[in-house]
Design a binder for this molecule. Structure first.
Ligand code: SF4
Length: 218
């Protein structure tokens, strides 16, 4: 089976526990205003790679990632759920820890099967209201809410992540809402707050589009 990836990071420390290879999958239908990887949006570009070749590429780093693992990010990996599930199964055959970084914007049988092969999910729960989700992401808040319920049902270890954007999701309600998720869901191991960064600005410039939150840095 083949999949489409945008890039491959041999060793990273920011996406899950320990030292990890990070695979950035190609394609995402959302348009988050703080997206750091706009180059991953287009479903029609990217590098095609087979599951076997990708596993082999990851296993080259096995010695370094033995206390970490492999994280699949994006883009949105759940749009290539069958492919990622196959890679995860093969990684498990080689005792590699698997982690899925997702917005949780859709759910279907393929994603259900993918989750059965994930040791950890980083759920990017971006905002606390439907209004903000529709305005700044492009889907309803009911999507990640449902995704989180499935993670709870399946008892999959989950880290909830949120990029904090001044004046948009740094209010008391947003903080208490996300902290409550930890209290009400036993699958949630921790909450990670991430800073908004300008590092991706050049990517937007190269694509000839504005970085929507650049004005917050002025
Ligand atoms: S879901 Fe991820 S890749 Fe897609 S637009 Fe949002 S931040 Fe970017």
């Amino acid at each position: 089976m083949n999949g489409k990836i945008s890039s491959f990071q041999s060793l990273g420390t920011l996406d899950g526990p320990g030292l990890r290879t990070v695979v950035f999958m190609q394609g995402c239908p959302l348009r988050c205003i703080c997206c750091h990887n706009p180059e991953t949006w287009d479903f029609n570009v990217g590098m095609t790679i087979s599951a076997d070749d990708l596993v082999e590429k990851i296993l080259r780093y096995k010695e370094y990632i033995k206390d970490g693992g492999a994280t699949f990010s994006g883009g949105e990996p759940i749009y290539q759920a069958k492919f990622v599930a196959e890679v995860f199964r093969k990684l498990h055959d080689n005792n590699i820890h698997t982690c899925l970084d997702t917005s949780g914007c859709i759910y279907n049988d393929d994603i259900d099967e993918l989750l059965n092969n994930a040791d950890l999910v980083l759920l990017d729960y971006k905002y606390s209201t439907d209004e903000a989700y529709k305005k700044y992401v492009g889907c309803s808040v009911s999507a990640p809410t449902y995704f989180l319920e499935k993670l709870e049902e399946k008892n999959i270890k989950t880290w909830i992540r949120r990029v904090i954007i001044p004046k948009i999701n740094d209010d008391d309600f947003s903080y208490s809402d996300i902290e409550n998720m930890k209290k009400t869901h036993s699958c949630v191991e921790k909450i990670e707050y991430l800073p908004l960064s300008l590092l991706c600005k050049e990517k937007y410039e190269n694509m000839g589009i504005d970085f929507p939150v650049e004005h917050l840095f002025e």
